[in-house]
Design a protein around this ligand. Structure first.
Ligand code: FGO
Length: 419
């Protein structure tokens, strides 16, 4: 199917053609009249994810008119969001709901700030247990998996055809394909952000794991090997570090061949690509696809807010986790449909007919892995491990040096020496 048609379908599904500003205005008007307003702080700056969330809120508020409304409020990106939530603990102005990564939930639980969701979720038995288990702490459920993504392989179909290269199935094929095309084009065609997310793909598929007997280890032999692969890829001319912006924002600045990126990037990639964009499950082994990192967030409900707001929040959680809402949200964005019945919904069926590639997102969700859900992980993944990865990729330290230093910083952090 033509890219333009896929894009139009996405826009239509999201109901977002020209609607972004409008949805916000509609919500504002809805909430002015409502007896109860439940805020939902989120980390979507814009694009299809934000529009799709706002459209869900508009629909919910219409259904719930006269009773209560939900007001999504963007707090910037995901990290801005957790920073603002931590500030709100101190200021005492928490919203009813927020988006949270699993490690954020672990952190907020240290402050005893969350309401358990056990017994409150109507669709629980239909939700993908892989994502549900990740938000259980001490046997209790503290989040609703909502916008969960998984890494997938993005590729430039035109470029692969030009060079007679098949979509790679294994890590070795992947590197060989990237090398072959890069040599012929005279520039690196595997584009990656030198961050913890991209690194996780290589790390997990080289057998890496961050937790060893309850200890966080970032300098394991698999870790060093994964980082060496990226560093060597840059030296050998098949891997190109993208140090500013998202990969889709860099299209046009060179020959793009492949990337391993969040499925939630799909609408952004489609919009930016001036070539035939393909997606596939990640290269792994001959037996199965590679494992992709799970990202995106869960919805949480705070304890210290008015019970009337909490009641509206629970209704909203039930609305957005229904099969239809999940089908719409997934089709519009590239997030994994969390409700297993979403695939039977006509809107998702139609979307799959028009854009069979979307099946990739559903298939890849069976081969996925999480980062550790420990309270300090956000700090580790950005300020320690992420820094180490960038340093090594930019040639400021060897992979082993960078990861050994990171390990020391992790140990200091976890033993309370630094905060
Ligand atoms: C992003 C971040 C975390 C944690 C992972 C954590 C905090 C990573 C990664 C750092 O919802 P996902 O899958 O995708 C995002 C979605 C909505 O913004 O669309 C993607 N996007 C947006 C604009 C664009 O031009 N292209 C595009 O692909 C966007 O990535 O989340 C993936 C990227 C990062 O934010 O740089 O999750 N992440 N674990 N962030 N704070 N804490 O533990």
């Amino acid at each position: 199917m033509k890219k333009a048609t896929v894009l139009l379908t996405l826009l239509a599904v999201a109901g977002l053609a020209f609607a972004q500003q409008k949805a916000e205005d509609v919500i504002k008007a809805q909430c002015e009249k409502a007896p109860v307003v439940a805020e939902l702080w989120h980390g979507f700056r814009g694009g299809a994810p934000r529009a799709a969330l706002e459209n869900l809120a508009v629909e919910f508020n219409k259904m719930n008119a006269g009773k209560g409304c939900v007001r999504p409020i963007s707090q910037g990106g995901y990290r801005d969001l957790s920073t603002k939530i931590k500030a709100a603990f101190a200021a005492g102005n928490l919203p009813a709901m927020a988006q949270a990564f699993e490690n954020n939930i672990a952190l907020y639980l240290e402050a005893n700030a969350l309401l358990p969701l056990d017994g409150k979720l109507e669709h629980l038995s239909d939700l993908n247990p892989f994502f549900v288990n990740a938000v259980k702490f001490d046997g209790k459920l503290y989040g609703l998996p909502f916008n969960k993504s998984v890494q997938i392989l993005y590729f430039n179909r035109d470029l692969l055809s030009k060079h007679g290269v098949d979509v790679p199935k294994t890590l070795d094929d992947f590197i060989a394909a990237a090398k072959k095309i890069s040599e012929a084009e005279g520039e690196p065609v595997y584009w990656f952000r030198p961050d913890t997310s991209t690194y996780a793909y290589w790390f997990f598929n080289m057998g890496g794991s961050y937790l060893h007997d309850g200890k966080v280890v970032v300098n394991s032999p698999e870790g060093v090997k994964a980082l060496e692969t990226l560093v060597q890829g840059v030296k050998d001319g098949w891997a190109k570090p993208i140090t500013s912006g998202y990969i889709n924002q860099n299209f046009g600045k060179g020959v793009y061949g492949f990337s391993t990126d969040s499925s939630a990037g799909y609408s952004y990639y489609l919009r930016a690509a001036k070539f035939d964009l393909g997606i596939a499950t990640l290269p792994g082994t001959a037996a199965h696809p590679g494992y992709g990192l799970v990202q995106g967030t869960n919805l949480i409900v705070f304890k210290d807010v008015d019970t009337k707001q909490q009641a509206v929040a629970f209704q909203f959680l039930n609305f957005v986790s229904g099969p239809k809402a999940q089908a719409l949200f997934a089709a519009a964005t590239g997030y994994v449909p969390i409700n297993l019945k979403a695939v039977d919904e006509p809107v998702l069926q139609d979307h799959l007919m028009e854009n069979p590639d979307f099946q990739v997102v559903i298939d890849q969700a069976n081969y996925a892995a999480f980062e550790p859900a420990i309270p300090e992980w956000e700090q580790i993944r950005f300020d320690i491990l992420g820094q180490a990865i960038t340093e090594a990729v930019l040639g400021k330290a060897t992979p082993k040096e960078a990861l050994d230093k990171a390990q020391k910083q992790v140990e200091d952090l976890l033993s309370g020496k630094i905060r």
